[in-house]
Design a protein around this ligand. Structure first.
Ligand code: G3P
Length: 217
């Protein structure tokens, strides 16, 4: 499963990238607003920092404008993925981008029929929002399993990009469900390294090692 960072904070991203474990980045209008920066500048900086797919979202809601915005975003760098909302116009634009050979990420997916349409439109990625479904009392992880089943059944190439993941249990469950990628806020990514037994075990090893008086170097 590829791991993407869900952030437009380039300082935080640079720190995460030092681990060598970040495969791509996703952004959205909320994250760009939070960065307080101009979208083209942030996206360019991110695309230069990370080799993998970088999702940059259109903000238009009508087809024509989406096409114009998407083409402008895609021109920033060759690894840009045009992110479009799962609407009629969004899927029309997805189909047009896909015919032009441009990568797309269809976002705000909350159901199997929506995911099916995104795949039929030729989306490179589809982003089901796990946490936001759970906020409504629905089962976001089951949605990932169901989309996996449908995509495999019909041999769709669209990659499932699990989004709105809020904790490491979500990440584990997304991997078990067979998501191709998971996008994580920096805090969730950092949480993945942690387990109390790792800390405890390391403490014991270090204490025992100190007793030997040895040094490897
Ligand atoms: O990638 C989508 C993600 O940013 C949404 O997460 O936690 O705002 O539902 P959240």
């Amino acid at each position: 499963m590829l791991i993407f960072a869900d952030t437009a904070d380039t300082k935080l991203l640079a720190e995460l990238n030092e681990t060598g474990l970040i495969d791509g980045v996703t952004t959205n209008p909320t994250l760009i607003a939070k960065s307080g920066r101009v979208i083209a500048e942030v996206i360019k900086e991110i695309a230069e920092m990370i080799d993998g797919p970088i999702s940059a979202e259109v903000t238009a809601t009508d087809y024509k404008q989406m096409i114009a915005e998407g083409e402008k975003l895609a021109a920033i760098a060759s690894n840009i993925v045009i992110k479009v909302p799962l609407t009629v116009d969004g899927l029309k634009a997805t189909k047009a981008f896909s015919e032009q050979g441009l990568m797309t990420n269809v976002t705000l997916c909350f159901s199997v029929p929506q995911a099916l349409l995104a795949a039929k439109a030729g989306a490179t990625f589809v982003s089901p929002f796990v946490g936001r479904l759970e906020d409504q009392g629905a089962d976001g992880i089951q949605l990932l399993h169901d989309i996996r089943t449908v995509y495999d059944q019909y041999d769709f190439d669209t990659e499932i990009l699990a989004a709105s993941l809020r904790n490491s249990a979500h990440v584990a469950q997304a991997a078990i469900a067979g998501a191709d990628c998971a996008t994580l806020p920096p805090a969730v990514f950092n949480e993945l390294f942690k387990h109390p037994l790792t800390d405890k075990g390391l403490e014991i090893f270090m204490a025992d090692w100190a007793k030997t008086g040895q040094s490897i170097l």
